[in-house]
Design a protein around this ligand. Structure first.
Ligand code: AMP
Length: 293
């Protein structure tokens, strides 16, 4: 595995790969790699000649009171993990390499962001869309791999690729979980022992909501109430949101139809955790989430 730290070196490499006719799979990350990231790398490894991953904690997608400074970082360990997943090239630019000057033009996401995290984290998805536009231009991948743990991000990337004609195939990957159901996340290290033991209640609550749908419940309000009640009973965390929406358009619905997402964000003392599940009106889980838009 080769580490690349400058945009120019990456562009030279990409030109070379294009001359050689190699297909490129790209896995963007913010590092502190775990099995969720590894699963994306494995999917990319299977489908492409060359795998490029990036580690970049993007300041543009963090709000002023969020955890940019304290976001967990461990480059030495990340190099070992990426190497073990047979990543060919790891792009590790510094902030001033990516943003040498104040940007004159940034992306503004208009759809799919007025709900869930988009509604709570102002400007977050604008920052995501801006960095991904840069990375997609620099790396020009054939396929990009994103985790459904961040399902709203997948929805936004889907719109970005369509609206801006990136010739890129978006490959969403199902959420990787701990054995008790907690979605793997770099931020889980912030949880206290007590919080960690409660945190799997997010997934259990979402599954409870999905079971209600399997049993015939169609009333959105009732499902949200049940899920919220479950989380409040089982954790000391503060619910940021629980919502049930269409996916990937993230629109309100009266009754469950088509493909829906049940999602939650819960603020613990030092970590805000998110989770979601995507299913249809019979309560069956869906993994091919972008095939029925
Ligand atoms: P991050 O480093 O948190 O920005 O995540 C980089 C990529 O890994 C994103 O596409 C995430 O959705 C994905 N990812 C993070 N956690 C998981 C997980 N538990 N399962 C699957 N993908 C994940």
């Amino acid at each position: 595995m080769k580490c690349i730290r400058s945009v120019e070196d990456m562009q030279v490499l990409v030109k070379q790969l294009q001359r050689e006719g190699k297909s490129v799979g790209f896995v963007p990350t913010m590092g502190f790699l775990h099995e969720g990231h590894q699963t994306l790398m494995q999917a990319a490894r299977k489908e492409n000649d060359v795998v490029i991953s990036s580690i970049f904690v993007n300041p543009l997608q963090f709000g002023p009171n969020e955890d940019f400074e304290t976001y967990p970082r461990d480059e030495a360990r990340d190099l070992e993990v990426a190497q073990s997943e047979k990543v060919d090239f790891l792009f590790l630019p510094q902030v001033d390499e990516v943003y040498p000057n104040k940007l004159s033009i940034t992306m503004k996401v208009n759809d799919r962001v007025d709900k869930l995290c988009g509604a709570k984290r102002e400007g977050h998805f604008d920052g995501v869309a801006t960095i991904l536009t840069k990375l997609f231009n620099i790396i020009a991948p054939d396929r990009v791999y994103f985790g459904l743990k961040d399902a709203q991000q997948v929805a936004v990337v889907d719109a970005l690729i369509q609206d801006y004609n990136f010739p890129i195939d978006l490959r969403p990957v199902p959420t990787v979980r701990e054995s008790d159901g907690l979605a793997k996340s770099s931020r889980n290290v912030y949880l206290s022992t007590e919080e960690r033991s409660e945190a799997n209640a997010l997934f259990q609550a979402l599954e409870h909501g999905r079971n209600l749908v399997s049993e015939g419940e169609t009333n959105k309000k009732r499902i949200i109430e049940e899920v919220s009640h479950f989380i409040n009973k089982q954790t000391h965390g503060k619910i940021d949101y629980v919502d049930l929406l269409t996916y990937p358009h993230l629109e309100d619905l009266e009754e469950i139809q088509g493909q829906v997402i049940l999602a939650t964000a819960v603020q613990f003392n030092s970590a805000r955790l998110i989770d979601n599940i995507i299913f249809d009106k019979s309560g069956s889980k869906i993994t091919e989430v972008l095939s029925r838009q």
